[in-house]
Design a protein around this ligand. Structure first.
Ligand SMILES: C[S@@+](CC[C@H](N)C(=O)[O-])C[C@H]1O[C@@H](n2cnc3c(N)ncnc32)[C@H](O)[C@@H]1O
Length: 267
């Protein structure tokens, strides 16, 4: 029989089966092993954050929740023993319906799901102490960041997904800037995409600093498990860094991206 050593002793096997992470005979396939590994790594980053709340209530908002692997596993491993609650926000109604059924089946009383886009959830959700977004597509990561900034959240943990917006602007403006030495960084298509993603994440980090957060960036799991592997963890130390705003503007100007100024400076 295949080893199941990745499953933690205090973990609900039934839940993992319902999430299709485990097969009926409790096996992991390659895909689910990868998913589980990512979620465990992420849970390891989030657990010390949750512990800071000790006996205090808190709300964790998981944006772009998808099938809510992260939410369910976090709830089962950590949140059920705290005064915290978790709300998954997901635009796809079918996924939300399934997650609601699962949540009821397991009687996870401090868990709920909303079928909404991130932007409009800002009106429905009152407060958020912790905001997560795992592989929320393209600018959904930016929406999650803006949501957290508007809620004055204590912590933001995002693992960005594919990024198209900056890439599209770089590509569009490339021919006008061919003689600029910085174009060498993204002259080739593959470099444009990679550089676009990297620049986006750099600008996101600066934006978080600008709005008073201390930022750390690291990798979630080895690159062999996912290409979208960068994790940005931001703690709200409530010290706005005005200089970060100037650096955002300078970068945008250098790369002919000032059209995106409101994306990276406003909330
Ligand atoms: C790549 S999936 C990741 C799902 C999940 N976080 C995970 O890692 O398994 C991205 C999810 O974000 C949702 N999504 C994308 N844009 C969104 C938005 N603006 N508001 C809410 N959900 C969004 C998609 O429907 C999709 O389910």
């Amino acid at each position: 029989m295949e080893k199941t050593y990745e499953i933690r002793p205090d973990q609900s096997i039934e839940l993992l089966k319902e999430l299709h992470i485990l097969t009926r005979d409790q096996k992991l396939n390659q895909d689910s092993r990868r998913k589980l590994k990512q979620i465990y790594h992420l849970a390891n980053f989030i657990e010390p954050i949750i512990q800071k709340y000790e006996n205090k209530p808190f709300t964790l908002i998981d944006h772009g929740a998808g099938k809510s692997y992260l939410g369910f596993i976090l709830y089962d491993l950590i949140i059920k023993n705290t005064l915290g609650k978790i709300i998954g926000v997901e635009i796809n109604e079918k996924l939300v319906k399934k997650s609601n059924q699962l949540m009821q089946k397991f009687r996870f009383s401090n868990m709920s799901f909303m079928s909404q886009d991130i932007d409009s959830s800002n009106e429905t959700i009152k407060n958020a102490e912790i905001v997560t977004a795992l592989h929320a597509c393209d600018t959904a990561t930016d929406d999650a960041i803006d949501f957290a900034l508007q809620k004055n959240a204590d912590w933001i943990v995002v693992i960005p997904c594919c990024q198209a917006e900056v890439y599209q602007h770089l590509k569009k403006n490339k021919s006008n800037n061919l003689n600029h030495h910085l174009v060498e960084l993204y002259r080739h298509g593959i470099h444009s995409r990679e550089f676009g993603s990297m620049l986006t994440n750099v600008l996101r980090c600066l934006k978080l600093e600008y709005y008073g957060f201390k930022v750390s960036v690291t990798e979630l799991v080895g690159w062999e498990h996912s290409m979208k592997n960068e994790i940005i963890i931001a703690e709200n130390i409530r010290q706005k860094k005005v200089s970060a705003g100037a650096r955002i503007e300078k970068l945008l100007a250098d790369f002919d991206l000032l059209a995106l100024k409101s994306r990276f400076l406003d909330i």
